[in-house]
Design a protein around this ligand. Sequence first.
Ligand code: FAD
Length: 380
Amino acid sequence: MDRFYSDDQRMVRETARKLSDDVVAPAAAAIDRDDVFPRAVYEALAEQGLFGIPLPEVAGGVGLDAVTACIVMEEIARGSGAVGNAFAIPVEAALFLHHHGTAEQQKLIAGIVEGKLIPATAVTEPDHGSDVAAMTTTARRDGDDYIIKGTKAWVTFGQVADVVMVFAKTDPDAGHRGISCILVETDRPGVIRGKSEDLLGMHGLAECMLTFDEVRVPVTNLIGAEHGAFKMAMENFNFSRLMMSSMALGMAQAAMEDAVAYAHDRKQFGKPIFQHQAVQFMIADMAKDISAARLLIHHAARLYDAGHPIAQEAAQAKLFTTDMAQVHISNALQIHGGNGYSREFRVERLFRDVRLSQIYEGTNQIQRMIIARQVQKAYT
Ligand SMILES: Cc1cc2nc3c(=O)[nH]c(=O)nc-3n(C[C@H](O)[C@H](O)[C@H](O)COP(=O)(O)OP(=O)(O)OC[C@H]3O[C@@H](n4cnc5c(N)ncnc54)[C@H](O)[C@@H]3O)c2cc1C
């Protein structure tokens, strides 16, 4: 596959791989154990300019493309799924502001790309997840301000974010056509951070609930068109699903590498377990599905870079990759036998971390709904 990469893509991949091997992977177990936001690792990614990969140079980015962002994500997540997840947040926030922000708001991009301004996105609510249009957080107009009221759930980086892109109803009676996106600085009065969520995996990402108790922000903090944020969020999902797919891919790749190494070292019945066909077949299936996932992701990313709509392709990549990663990381754990169930071995962490990828950025049930809708459109 990498034979088709451009020189730039190969160079950036080498940079990301080295950073992943030298900085990310060695920190991964401690991030998992301590469950504290890994600021030093985050800053190391920023120092290499990785948060600006898909942004044009004029916007303060590196001027590469979505394919390259996917390649970098795979490498980072190979070292740590949680750091891969952390990598996605500023990349997506900077891109979102580049596409939809005012000139003033776009000045924030530099801080995000440099890792100095930590962003978060708040869509989900305690009672409204997949059904985004049913959200109840409101932003009512009061002169030149909005007053935001409501509670958002599961906000990644919620505990550490400097700015949050909050999705709220500016017209509560208009369903998905009444949602706006408003930038909220977290030091504003009325922003209340909940306790850090105690999660199965993906530790260190400072997820929490955020309550907005009559938070007053100027109308100039509106991102994009008033009432237009549902469409912006759905378009943003196209890119973010490629990021999540690449994250799961990197974790599956790491698990396969570990399984192969372990199967060569571990002997049972007088030979390395790799020589037992049942083990070989698990590894063969991993290699096949990892290759297929990479093709699906890169195909969708190329279409995205060429400006095509990719709702179906992004959903297919997300669904296929995250499902296959969950199955094959479980099989990699199986190949480790009892050791796979121990925290001593990386595959145990991969097994916990990857599970999230089937749940967020739209659950995999929602991905199937998107794909089915597109297929129906194409064939009826
Ligand atoms: C660790 C973590 C980090 C997150 N980070 C963020 C973040 O930064 N910002 C943010 O806004 N959100 C974030 N989320 C929220 C995440 O996007 C939601 O959890 C996800 O969209 C699912 O919503 P829900 O949890 O409310 O599940 P629900 O929507 O309640 O779904 C529950 C189950 O029902 C199924 N279901 C629901 N509707 C249908 C349907 N129509 N057809 C078939 N099945 C259906 C779902 O697939 C799922 O299996 C995060 C979540 C987690 C766990």
